[in-house]
Structure formats: structure tokens, C-alpha cells
Design a protein around this ligand. Structure first.
Ligand code: C5P
Length: 250
């Protein structure tokens, strides 16, 4: 049977360094990872920075082949965003996020810096994923910022801009997967949060989908946080969710 790469990235949303370290070791450590990757975002990174990443997600764990999604949602002038990318490439993230709202020049500067810095350090180039319209924003929120468009149209417009500017994919809600897959083609990464396994609590995710539904619609990666890290046995929860997503080697 063909082994398929595990699409499940576990979001570890905490400032507790010891807890993050234990969790990462248990779900991503030897002998084999129960997830495809680990996502660390603003909460963890602003508290602990690069040393915290090296401590909680050390080389022996990375050596299992597990991915690393550094969810920093960068948004600034092109020179500053390029500097931010340059600063984190040494951590060898698989994915870094950047706001597409920052515009074409910022996106291109980020892509160029990811290419240059990874070549300089002889590491794999991180892939850049765009954040389009935050799912917390509705039509009237967009209007208040001067954007007179339906959120779904704005998502497509920004995804096109991301793709034209050389990004590798976007973050999107389960409801956007089908349209983005059609517009952006088969190779564009669609990293999808708002995933809940069958029979679980939706927490504050209003339009959650199951892992299977999201994969069938065309998601390439799924972000799952609380259903894994709040489970009594996070490793068992990660394995079950990965199997639901179609992973057949766990
Ligand atoms: O705990 P839960 O599975 O809801 O976590 C989902 C992760 O994805 C969190 O890190 C959250 O910040 C992120 N996310 C989200 N919804 C979005 C964008 C990102 O839940 N629209």
C-alpha cells in the first residue's frame, strides 16, 4: 500500500515552554511522529523566540522528518519583512506565513529572501504561505477598512496575488478549499485550520469540518490544535486524527 505523507499539523498554542516541549516530544518524537508537523505561532514565538524553538523542538525530534510551520503572519514594509524571513530561515521552518495584504512588493521581497538566505545557509528553502482574509472578519469589517468586496471574493483575489507573487500556498478555512483548489490549481498548498475529528467538541470553531471532508475537498494540510493538545492522551488523539485524514501507516 502506498504510504501517504501525514497532512496533520498540530498547533501548539501556549507560552508554557515545558508543556510545549513535552507535547512536541510525545506527538512528534521517536520512534516516529504521529503528526505531519508542528505549528508554533505568535503566542509561543513572542514568549520564547528562536532559543525556545530550539529547546522545545530540538534536532533529534526534527530528525524524525516531522515538518515545522512557523506561523508568524508577517506584515510590514518589504525590507522589514525580508529581514524577518532572513532571521528565521536558520530555524529551518517548512512553512512561514505572511499577510497577502502587505502587497506584491512585500511578497516578492519575502520570496527572494527565503531563496537567498536558504542558499547562503545551505538549508531547504522555507515555503511561504499567504494569509488572505482572517476568518474573524466579515463583510462589514472589510467595509470599515475600505474594502468593498464580499469576503469570499477578497479571499480569491488575494490568493491569486499570492500565487502570482511566488508564494507556495495560502491558509484557508474549510469553506474556501473547493474554490481555491479550482482557481489555484493542483499544486498550490492549502493549509486548513478549523478541523474537528468526528464526534469532538467544536470549541469556538464555528464552521468546522472533519479531516476526511477537508482532504476530499482538496486540502493539502490540516491544522489541529485543541483536539490534540487538550486530549488526555495527545499521542493517541494525534494518531486517530491522522488516520481519519487518510494516513495508513500509524
Ligand atoms: O485549537 P484549534 O484546532 O481550533 O486550533 C487551530 C489553530 O489554527 C490555532 O493555532 C488557530 O490560531 C489557527 N487558526 C484558526 N482559524 C483560523 C486561522 C488560524 O483556528 N481562521
Amino acid at each position: 500500500m502506498r504510504t501517504r505523507a501525514n497532512p496533520v499539523y498540530c498547533g501548539i498554542d501556549t507560552t508554557d515552554l515545558a508543556q510545549a516541549t513535552r507535547l512536541i516530544q510525545s506527538i512528534a518524537g521517536a520512534p516516529s511522529p504521529a503528526v505531519g508537523g508542528i505549528k508554533l505561532g505568535l503566542e509561543f514565538f513572542l514568549a520564547h523566540g528562536a532559543p525556545g524553538v530550539r529547546y522545545a523542538f530540538p534536532t533529534p525530534v526534527r530528525a524524525t522528518g516531522v515538518g515545522f510551520f512557523l506561523d508568524l503572519k508577517l506584515h510590514d514594509i518589504p525590507n522589514t519583512v525580508a529581514g524577518g524571513i532572513r532571521a528565521v530561515v536558520e530555524l529551518e521552518p517548512t512553512y512561514i506565513t505572511i499577510h497577502v495584504q502587505g502587497g506584491r512588493e512585500m511578497l516578492r521581497a519575502a520570496v527572494a529572501e527565503a531563496v537567498d538566505q536558504s542558499a547562503r545557509l545551505r538549508v531547504t528553502r522555507p515555503m511561504l504561505l499567504g494569509v488572505t482574509v482572517l476568518t474573524s472578519l466579515d463583510r462589514s469589517d472589510l467595509e470599515a477598512t475600505g474594502v468593498l468586496a464580499e469576503p469570499s471574493d477578497q479571499v480569491l483575489r488575494l490568493a491569486n496575488l499570492a500565487q502570482e507573487s511566488g508564494l507556495d500556498g495560502v491558509i484557508c478555512s474549510p469553506l474556501e478549499i473547493a474554490a481555491l483548489r479550482q482557481v489555484c490549481g493542483p499544486d498550490f498548498v492549502l493549509m486548513v485550520p478549523g478541523i474537528r475529528p468526528i464526534g469532538s467538541d467544536a470549541n469556538d470553531q464555528k464552521r468546522a469540518m472533519t479531516p476526511r471532508q477537508a482532504i476530499d475537498l482538496g486540502a493539502t494540510h490540516l491544522v489541529v490544535g485543541r483536539p490534540i493538545y487538550r486530549a488526555a492522551d495527545p499521542r493517541a488523539a494525534a494518531e486517530a486524527i491522522s488516520r481519519e485524514a487518510g494516513v495508513n501507516h500509524l
